[in-house]
Design a binder for this molecule. Sequence first.
Ligand code: HEC
Length: 134
Amino acid sequence: CATCHSGVNLGGNGYYPFGLIEKPGADILPEGDKGRFAVTETADDEYVFRASPLRNIDQTAPYFHSGLVWDLKVAVQIMGESQLGEDLTDDEADQIVAFLGSLTGTMPRVEYPVLPVETATTPHPTGDVTDVVE
Ligand code: HEC
């Protein structure tokens, strides 16, 4: 897995074929959806997609760019078959899912600034955008 899902975010560093060993069915990879090929028009880029980062992965269903898989264990089993040519056992898939669960971190808290209350003397925008640009 780490061949493609590598680096600090366990992925997000490169593009790889989805279906390296076995192309997933149309229920996962919609027919005609050729990934990078749509941008580069290079035959090598057919069905090539960004290897997603796996941090917080158990919080971010649905899975794959198609968003057609909702169960992380199913997504892991699909990766096993399509990328490694491996039929993962139930137990192996459970263990990988448990590991992926350990990649869940604390989300940063975003605090929005509170702007001062508007009063009668607060300058109003003129409504003319060119004033701002100049
Ligand atoms: C040959 C490269 C490659 C290998 C090996 C590989 N993956 Fe992936 N993985 C990808 C790509 C490319 C995607 C994105 C597919 C898409 O978006 O449709 C992906 C997507 C995923 C996703 C869904 C991520 C999301 O946010 O939707 C999970 C989970 C995942 N991989 C886990 C694994 C596991 C576990 C293994 C090992 C059993 C593995 N991968 C092996 C390339 C790889």
